[in-house]
Design a protein around this ligand. Structure first.
Ligand code: C2E
Ligand code: CA
Ligand code: CA
Length: 431
């Protein structure tokens, strides 16, 4: 199938054209994903700058899609601002999500439209064969539902789900509920253990926020954090998280070896002028040693304004705390990044770890990141480890720290303390 995006006006003809994918995948029991991609406010670009600029944008958009696609992927433009991409032979939902992430981050870079530079956003709806439908029209319908869902969300992509609860979630006034969450004491902080791969000792834990809403129960952070980032509440949430992590650490027994605790720092906080002072004061207030505390920042967050964000990280690092680059590998950083990034560790994105046993490419990426990071004296953390085989493979590759469901899921303070005691007991009896 050609990689050149054809313009397709006739859906029926297109659907017919794509049927061979279904026949092939059915026979070989393989999965495929359909991505519907819509450029937001495209009409506005035509109105403000004229059709010529609109056309230049479409050409550049197409170029980026093509650049990121594999030879076997099929791309077509379906409407004014709507594109479809068919990803044959994917292993699971994770691969479709990874593709969505890659496409979305390729739009971070402004589009050069002659005299104008323009930043665009796009929404994406994803449906999988055979999980969501077993024919092309059905898949398109499911992808349309997912696209609609993505439009109503802060996150720019959505995978089709027939979970009715998730659909009517959109109608819920999450912002208002979030306003009351702090006052209503609805947040909890969980710890997920991290283990030194080479020694088996406990390294520390990542602190992860949980929202236990009175009406709806537990709500996933990747659902509400983007909302909080949008309405500014991320500030109070971050300070709650940092202070709670430090307070809980103070309750850990003195007999424990000092553990490192990592807290996630939203991009929106990174440019706060008093960030460094506030973090420093919080550490002093709770009397926690600076080198026991780590701030995790996502790689993609730093790419927006690398010079400014590196300066902030430098300042934080000079306080003596640790900087970890989260979701590493999804942000398209170049080699020079390794040399200059003011960090102590890199966290390889879960998507690479998850498939590293099945995918030579993912294993190669993991291996390369480990080698390069070590060359620049950065520790490497692998998260999303779900089985022993992956744990052992990472150990053999020389990875430093492990985190994942194979070891333990995130848990509240009491359970974490119990888990740690049990782990140390077991380790002692084994050694
Ligand atoms: P993240 O920082 O990449 O955190 C890792 C996520 O992977 C966590 O999801 C964790 O529970 C999950 N995880 C760890 N090991 C495994 C595994 O083996 N398998 C699977 N399937 N998942 C695993 P969680 O807690 O739902 O958090 C999602 C995201 O929400 C985080 O991604 C982070 O970006 C954000 N987040 C969580 N807590 C906070 C917070 O306090 N502040 C901010 N700004 N963001 C937070
Ligand atoms: Ca993290
Ligand atoms: Ca991560």
């Amino acid at each position: 199938m050609s990689k050149v995006p054809v313009y397709v006006a006739d859906r029926v003809a297109l659907f017919k054209d794509l049927e061979h994918f279904v026949i092939e995948h059915q026979a070989e029991e393989k999965k495929l994903a359909i991505l519907l991609i819509n450029i937001n406010h495209f009409r506005r670009i035509n109105i403000v700058y004229g059709y010529q600029v609109g056309d230049a944008l479409l050409t550049e958009f197409t170029r980026r899609l093509r650049h990121l696609s594999r030879a076997e992927d099929y791309i077509a433009r379906m409407g004014n601002s709507e594109f479809i991409m068919v990803l044959p032979g994917i292993l699971n939902e994770g691969h479709a999500t990874l593709a969505a992430h890659k496409l979305l981050s390729s739009f971070d870079e402004p589009f050069d439209l002659g005299e104008h530079k323009h930043k665009i956003t796009a929404d994406m709806g994803i449906a999988l064969f055979p999980d969501h439908a077993d024919n092309i029209p059905g898949l398109f319908q499911k992808a349309e539902i997912a696209l609609l869902d993505a439009r109503n969300r802060v996150q720019s992509y959505s995978i089709y789900s027939d979970n009715a609860e998730q659909h009517n979630f959109n109608a819920w006034d999450i912002e208002a509920a979030l306003e009351n969450a702090l006052a209503g004491d609805e947040f909890e902080l969980f710890f997920q253990p991290q283990i030194c791969l080479q020694t088996g000792h406990v390294f520390g834990a990542e602190a992860l926020i949980r929202w236990n809403n009175h009406d709806r129960g537990y709500i996933r952070p990747d659902f509400f954090i983007p909302v909080a980032e949008k309405n500014g509440q991320i500030h109070s949430i971050t300070w709650w998280t940092i202070n709670t992590a430090l307070r809980l650490m103070k309750d850990w027994p003195d007999s424990w070896v000092p553990l490192k605790v990592a807290v996630n720092l939203s991009t929106k906080i990174l440019m706060d002028p008093d960030l460094t002072d506030s973090v420093n004061s919080a550490l002093n207030l709770w009397g926690v040693n600076h080198h026991q505390f780590t701030l995790e920042v996502t790689e993609s967050a730093l790419m927006d304004d690398m010079a400014a964000s590196f300066a902030v990280l430098d300042e934080l690092k000079s306080l003596g705390l640790n900087i970890s680059i989260d979701d590493f590998g999804t942000g398209y950083s170049s080699m020079s990044y390794f040399k200059y990034v003011p960090a102590n560790e890199l966290k390889i994105d879960q998507s690479f770890v998850r498939f590293m046993l099945e995918s030579d490419m993912d294993r190669h990426i993991v291996n390369t990141v480990i080698k390069m990071a070590h060359g620049f004296e950065l520790k490497v953390v692998a998260e999303g480890i779900e089985n022993e085989e992956t744990y052992e493979a990472l150990k053999a590759l020389g990875c430093d720290v492990a985190q994942g469901h194979y070891l333990a899921k995130p848990m509240p303070q009491q359970a974490f303390m119990q888990w740690l005691d049990d782990y140390n007991q077991k380790k002692l009896s084994k050694d």
